[in-house]
Design a protein around this ligand. Structure first.
Ligand SMILES: Cc1cc2nc3c(=O)[nH]c(=O)nc-3n(C[C@H](O)[C@H](O)[C@H](O)COP(=O)(O)OP(=O)(O)OC[C@H]3O[C@@H](n4cnc5c(N)ncnc54)[C@H](O)[C@@H]3O)c2cc1C
Length: 390
């Protein structure tokens, strides 16, 4: 595999983190050094437990250092769809919790996060109708969401998009910088962070409790998780800094298949177009491909009227679930094993939230939302092995 370097990690230029051994056996071992694992480990250590975290690469080396930088409230599906599927009460509780976690992210991330809002755009009449339904449902349930008609869009967008929803509280996150800081806090709180250490099997671990926090990149750790968390590849590029500021906040369209934003130094970051080769992008091979990169280039030209210089191109892997809800809680059939993963491409806020939620459950303070995220809804415990001769 030819490793691609994301701009976020290049900009953050991380040094290897110090490994400070625990003063006794670990109470909990956490697998995965992205936002979920770091948030979970920190919360567990603050709760008084001895925690060891394993990361096969370096902290934020996975999706948490490679993503599109959107920090969005809500889940991975539209709000009206969530209401229909899970019921109004559960959907509202879910959305409210993510709104709280956007505020919490702001508190923890400092200047790695800005909150200019985000604009979700409709690329055709069908999507426009879907966004109208979502907007109505959000307003009905008391969420702030502003409708933008086609005429209200900026000139670069008017040709390609028919309108959309502006979400005033959303943000833009330098994800690698945030997660590296989170890992630093975890080390200060006593977590032993082991970079460059791959866990081959849940069975070989020392602690009585283990948390799998590998989102889309943890295949092989547990067959039940392999069945229900599908790895998906996302590809991103960033341009050289543009001379003009064209986009004040993050934009996304075609149900999130295209997303772009201009970051503080003027670069345009663009990702998506997974649907141009949807089957081959269902993979955990972390490399860029010509078909997706050419689609990204063509879209850049549509947006900017000319091809800018491209500084970085990279790929990353995230975890999809069949119902677009994360899995957070005990792994059925494996004593002491927990999971927080499967954010379906929305892990910047959900990873922080679910990392802390799973830690809360381990510390004996389970949040009521965990009923919705119960891994048992998708993973069945393996049938008990019959005693010999039975
Ligand atoms: C291209 C792309 C764009 C995205 N854009 C956005 C976005 O704009 N907004 C948003 O909210 N979300 C986005 N996402 C999703 C988001 O990045 C992820 O959901 C989130 O970062 C998941 O965090 P995590 O900590 O759970 O997993 P990861 O960050 O993937 O971390 C898991 C870690 O586990 C490690 N690991 C795996 N197996 C083992 C093992 N056996 N032993 C030890 N370590 C192991 C991996 O090396 C990895 O570092 C995007 C994802 C991608 C790939």
């Amino acid at each position: 595999m030819s490793e691609t370097i994301p701009w976020w990690l290049a900009e953050a230029s991380p040094k290897p983190l110090p490994r400070r051994p625990l003063d006794g056996p670990p109470d909990v071992e956490v697998i995965g050094g992205g936002v979920t694992g770091c948030a979970c480990a920190l919360a567990l250590a603050e709760g008084g437990l001895r925690v060891r975290l394993y990361e096969s690469r370096s902290i934020a080396g996975g999706a948490s250092g490679r993503n599109g930088r959107f920090a969005l409230g809500g889940g991975a599906m539209r709000y009206d769809v969530a209401r229909e599927t899970f019921g109004r009460k559960a959907a509202r509780e879910y959305w409210l919790l993510t709104a709280e976690y956007l505020d919490r992210l702001e508190l923890l991330a400092g200047d790695a996060l800005t909150r200019p809002g985000s604009l979700r755009l409709a690329a055709d009449e069908e999507e426009l109708e879907q966004l109208r339904l979502e907007h109505a449902a959000l307003r009905e349930d008391g969420f702030e969401a502003e409708w933008r008609s086609a005429e209200a869009l900026s000139p670069e967008l008017r040709g390609g998009f028919l309108g959309g929803i502006f979400h005033p509280h959303d943000g833009s996150l330098q994800p690698a910088r945030f997660v590296l800081e989170l890992a630093g806090r975890a080390i200060e709180a006593g977590v032993e962070v082991c970079e460059g250490t791959r866990v081959e099997s849940l069975a070989g671990l020392e602690a009585e409790q283990v948390v799998v926090a590998t989102d889309g990149s943890g295949r092989g750790l547990h067959p039940g998780l392999d069945e229900v968390i599908w790895p998906a590849r996302g590809q991103v590029l960033t341009t050289e800094p543009l001379p003009e500021r064209l986009f004040e906040y993050p934009h996304y369209a075609r149900n999130g298949f295209d997303y772009w934003q201009q970051v503080p130094d003027g670069r345009l970051v663009l990702g998506g177009f997974r649907d141009f080769s949807i089957m081959s992008e269902l993979t955990d091979v972390e490399e860029t491909t010509p078909v997706i990169q050419e689609a990204l280039d063509a879209f850049l030209v549509e947006l900017l009227g000319e091809m800018p210089g491209v500084a970085y191109r990279w790929a990353g892997i995230f975890g999809l679930t069949q119902d677009m809800l994360p899995l957070v809680g005990r792994i059925p059939g494996v004593d002491g094993a927990w999971v927080a993963a499967g954010y379906s491409g929305h892990g910047n806020v959900l990873g922080l939230m679910c990392g802390e939620l799973v830690a809360g459950a381990i510390l004996g303070r389970p949040h009521s939302i965990l009923e919705l995220f119960d891994p048992g809804r998708l993973i069945r415990a393996a049938p008990p092995v019959p005693a010999s001769g039975a």
